[in-house]
Design a protein around this ligand. Structure first.
Ligand code: HEM
Length: 195
């Protein structure tokens, strides 16, 4: 089955610039989260489990952001009006990110995508992809804080297909590590030389 292209999503564009982070640094950072081949295998299963639940997951996450004015502010105009088109455009790429986190190899191309997602949260590239008239950046502290809701809310979806408890737990731990790893990568442009 072929899907319509997602505007602003260029994962497979060979012209995308390489990440300043090397695959060696990625390996060491992944090891620091205790990410192993077993986690990669668990994520693969998670990708199958989550495939037909992406919209429901996004409903939960968008409900969470939408119910906190200080978070919705980052999808709003500087005056505080939420921008529906912006929320909708980002939502499609966010859904694809769930799939990518589970199914893509964590290689140089994946690193390049991580750098792009990082920059899209910073003043360097936020709003540019969708031409949104929103506030200039998402503070790093919220990226870090979101590791918890993005992880905790995932468990019922991972359990929804009746896998044994130990397998659900393995998928959940792998997801937790994968999100932590990505937010650590996304901190790079915020920290620059201190990274
Ligand atoms: C964009 C994930 C934290 C606001 C995105 C995208 C993803 C993502 C996958 C789409 C990237 C793309 O264009 O392909 C995450 C994850 C987070 C996180 C996993 C934390 C674990 C936050 C927080 C906020 C936020 C805390 C603010 C409440 C945004 C906004 C965009 C965006 C406004 C659009 C940026 C643009 O203009 O291109 N995020 N995000 N994110 N996220 Fe986050």
């Amino acid at each position: 089955m072929t899907h319509a292209p997602i505007p602003g999503y260029h994962y497979d564009d060979p012209a995308r610039p390489a990440s300043p982070v090397s695959t060696g640094e990625l390996e060491q950072l992944a090891a620091a989260t205790l990410f192993t081949d077993a986690d990669a295998a668990a994520l693969k299963v998670a990708g199958e489990v989550l495939a037909d639940q992406v919209e429901q997951i996004l409903d939960v996450w968008y409900g969470f952001v939408g119910s906190h004015g200080h978070l919705l502010a980052y999808f709003s105009t500087p005056e505080g009006t939420p921008i529906g088109e912006y929320l909708g455009a980002v939502r499609r790429r966010f859904g694809q990110w769930i799939t990518d986190t589970c199914t893509r190899p964590y290689d140089a191309r994946w690193l390049a995508q991580q750098e792009e997602i990082a920059l899209r949260h910073t003043a360097e590239r936020k709003n540019a992809t969708d031409g949104a008239r929103s506030v200039p950046h998402v503070p790093l502290r919220y990226l870090i804080a979101f590791i918890h809701p993005i992880t905790a809310t995932m468990r019922p979806f991972l359990a929804a297909k009746g896998h044994p408890e130990a397998e659900v737990e393995a998928m959940h731990q792998a997801w937790f590590k994968a999100v932590t790893l990505q937010v650590a990568l996304w901190s790079r442009p915020y920290a620059n030389a201190a990274w």
